[in-house]
Design a protein around this ligand. Structure first.
Ligand code: TRP
Length: 333
């Protein structure tokens, strides 16, 4: 439509923590793609409301996530960084898309079923509508590429279905987005149960490492990381604990698995865990320092978010206008 550049879009819910798994799986790719795409990154705060939140904590966490985006190296001048709730077009479009989504489709979503089972006392409409809001997020910006974790693949497919359904009836209104599921993302496992993905909402603090965690705490967690029987530093699918640590080390240092194995020949798990902890601390040091600086500067964060929302609205409002017109709603002067 009105694009000079291809658009990449992704959102993250401000819940739990951003982990080194997110960093390795997602953020490093975002930074690489930042120059080739118009990148749109937002804090999906409206999505997070589908689960009960404590307002004070929620607000702080959302701001902290926003500061982390910038600390990672996402550039608010180059990219569009904002809070979903600051851009009313998200909800405006999601209403329209609701009318093009069947209840059966929404009910079939695995995440809806999982979250309904987990929060039986709060199966709210928002929970069911979650993927439709997500479709609106994506389609508003005519996104070409949407990096998501594998657990969001089904939502992306629904987005494509809704977009095609709309386009079939009204012409080429929406770009049909492609998902981008990083291969190494799911590779980072919990430090306490290496058969499970490192999850941002894991209730066990020893299972995850945050990108802004202090050095002592990082070292302690790696020291306590669950490993397997044996003591050789060798990547082996039957030894998920040590293999996970090797993956983390390799990602953090840029060394291959083979180079890592060679480096630690003759060393034991204890030495290696210490080395992994140190590699993580070193790699994330600039992120942590930048974060510490930013989080103290609330005025800057709010001002930057305001500019981000303005840029977002410029694009998003054109899509909403077009959609509302196609639907036959009376135009506003
Ligand atoms: N549902 C996504 C998640 O939990 C977050 C999200 C919301 C998102 N809207 C999006 C991701 C749009 C990509 C595109 O991970």
């Amino acid at each position: 439509m009105f694009k000079e550049q291809k658009v990449l879009l992704s959102g993250i819910q401000p819940t739990g923590i951003m982990t080194i798994g997110n960093y390795i799986g997602a953020v490093q790719n975002w930074l690489k793609l930042q120059d080739d795409y118009l990148s749109v990154y937002f804090i999906a705060d409206l999505h997070a409301l589908t689960i009960k939140q404590d307002p004070t904590e929620f607000r702080q966490r959302a701001l902290s996530f926003y500061a982390q985006y910038i600390a990672f190296g996402l550039d608010p001048e180059k990219s569009i960084l904002y809070f979903q709730s600051h851009v009313p077009e998200h909800t405006k479009l999601s209403w329209a898309l609701n009318c093009f989504t069947y209840v059966g489709e929404a009910q079939r979503m695995t995440q809806f079923k999982d979250k309904s089972a987990k929060h039986q006392d709060n199966i709210n409409m928002g929970l069911m509508d979650y993927p439709v809001l997500m479709a609106a997020d994506i389609l508003l910006y005519q996104s070409d590429l949407v990096p998501v974790g594998i657990d969001q693949k089904q939502h992306l497919e629904l987005t494509r279905d809704i977009a095609m359904r709309f386009n079939n009836r009204f012409g080429d209104v929406f770009t049909i987005p492609d998902g981008y599921i990083p291969k190494n993302g799911a590779k980072i496992k919990s430090l306490q149960n290496p058969l499970m993905k490192m999850s941002k909402s894991d209730p066990d603090p020893n299972a995850t490492v945050s990108v802004i965690e202090d050095a002592d705490s990082i070292m302690r967690k790696f020291k306590r990381a669950v490993t397997d029987s044996g003591n050789e530093i060798i990547f082996d699918e039957n030894k998920p604990g040590i293999s996970n640590l090797i993956s983390i080390y390799s990602e953090m240092t840029g060394k291959t698995i083979k180079e890592t194995e060679n480096e630690f020949v003759g060393k034991g798990y204890g030495d290696f865990k210490k080395a992994v902890g140190e590699a993580v601390v070193e790699k994330l040091r600039p992120v942590r320092e930048e974060y510490e600086r930013l989080i103290k500067d609330k005025a800057y964060l709010l001002e930057t978010a305001k500019k981000g929302a303005e840029k977002a609205r410029y694009i998003a409002s054109r899509t909403v206008k077009k959609v509302y017109k196609k639907l036959g709603l009376v135009e506003q002067e």
